[in-house]
Structure formats: structure tokens, C-alpha cells
Ligand binder design. Structure first.
Ligand code: PRP
Length: 211
């Protein structure tokens, strides 16, 4: 039996994933040692390997087959646009991709105005404004703290993830439109899907029973 390799997005998502995997008897003790600098972890008995990477790199590893399976947010899957099969919604990491801004920016979204939109997600933003809303906008790519953009006058609105809504609230901003719901998803390399179909189907079935 060959190894199946999992790429997990670093951070909260990986912790939730390991908890879920434990419920179906998949454990990786080595990975729990936070002081370890090891990059790849093995469960010899089950012939599984795991590694952690930056979220946006997970679909890249899976498309190229360096990982067979990835666990990553739907936001990252949409933004990266890699050739992978999305096979399961894991039900955690639930949040929403939204257009946000000051309340008085709402009319700018109704009249096809040429506005500036700041975001960490230029592809999702382009798709939403150009293909769904048919509004031409100037997209400004940022790498974090996106809520700052309308506050300091960089852009009229932002496209960003809203989870509890407290970042918006504490900064006087609001959700103006919802782009799409998000959560953690399992993705699979297309070749693995064909070659290891039974193992993958079995894994999906056991995970689905838990989510
Ligand atoms: C994310 C997102 C929002 C915030 C939303 O940022 O970009 O800023 O969380 O969460 P809330 O609705 O519960 O307030 P993150 O903390 O990942 O950091 P970033 O600003 O560097 O993107």
C-alpha cells in the first residue's frame, strides 16, 4: 500500500482537522509536539503522511500531486483556482466572504460606479464584481488588516472574510453584500482520485459521518 499524503493549512484549521481525524481513528502523535521543527509526520501503521503549509500553498501541493489530499478554506480554493477535486465540506471554519464598508458606501454598489476595492482575494473580488455584479472596479491587493482600507481612505469598500463580525463592528464598518459562505473543505488530487479511489471514498464516508 502506498502512502497517502495530507497537506494541512497551518493554524486553527489544522488543529480542527486533527481533532476530526482522531474521531475516525486517524492520529498523528508526532504532530502534536509544538516544539518540533519537523516538517513531515508519518503514521506508519495507516500508511499516511502529513505536512503543514501556508493555506494558499495547500491547493498547489494537491494540484501537483505532492500531496494527495488537502484541507483548506473554501476562500483559498476559490482564490487559487487550482485543478483539484473538492470532495467534502468539513463543517468547521464557517464564515462568509463579504463586501464591507461604511454604511454610506452602499449606494456605490448599486449604480455601477468605478470604485476602489481593497482585498486579500483579488480573484474572488474580480469574479464577484465583473461576473456577478457587472460592475467595473479598481482592485487593490492587500495582505492583511483589510478593514483599515476604508478607514484611511485607500478604498471605498473591501472584500474580506467575516466570522463573528466584531472586527467590522469595532471599526464602525458593516456588511454591505454577501459574496459566498465559506468553511473548511477537503480537496483531492485528480490522479489520486482515480488511482486510490476506494481509499479516498472510504475516508470521505467516515469523515462525512462525523460532520
Ligand atoms: C480575518 C479577516 C477579518 C477578521 C474577521 O483576519 O480578514 O479581518 O478575521 O473576523 P471577525 O469577523 O471574527 O472579526 P485575520 O485575523 O485572519 O488577519 P488578517 O487581518 O491579517 O487577514
Amino acid at each position: 500500500m502506498r502512502y497517502l499524503t495530507f497537506a494541512l493549512g497551518k493554524g486553527r484549521l489544522a488543529n480542527e482537522t486533527l481533532k476530526l481525524f482522531e474521531k475516525i481513528g486517524i492520529t498523528c502523535e508526532e504532530m502534536k509536539d509544538e516544539s518540533s521543527r519537523k516538517l513531515i509526520f508519518t503514521n506508519e501503521a495507516l500508511k499516511l503522511k502529513f505536512f503543514l503549509s501556508k493555506g494558499p500553498d495547500v491547493p498547489t501541493y494537491v494540484e501537483y500531486g505532492a500531496a494527495d489530499i488537502g484541507i483548506v478554506g473554501k476562500d483559498t480554493i476559490l482564490e487559487e483556482g487550482r485543478k483539484v477535486h473538492e470532495v467534502l465540506d468539513l463543517g468547521f471554519g464557517k464564515c462568509r466572504m463579504c463586501v464591507c464598508g461604511y454604511k454610506n458606501a452602499a449606494p456605490l454598489l448599486k449604480h455601477h460606479e468605478l470604485i476602489r476595492v481593497a482585498t486579500k482575494y483579488p480573484n474572488i473580488t474580480r469574479d464577484y464584481f465583473y461576473n456577478t455584479k457587472h460592475q467595473t472596479v479598481e482592485i487593490i491587493k492587500l495582505n492583511g488588516s483589510i478593514e483599515l482600507a476604508p478607514i484611511v481612505g485607500l478604498s471605498e469598500v473591501i472584500v474580506d472574510i467575516v466570522e463573528t463580525g466584531s472586527t467590522l463592528r469595532e471599526n464602525g464598518l458593516e456588511i454591505l453584500e454577501e459574496v459566498c459562505p465559506l468553511s473548511a473543505r477537503m480537496i483531492v488530487n485528480p490522479v489520486t482520485m482515480r488511482m486510490e479511489g476506494e481509499r479516498i471514498k472510504n475516508l470521505i464516508m467516515r469523515l462525512r459521518a462525523q460532520v
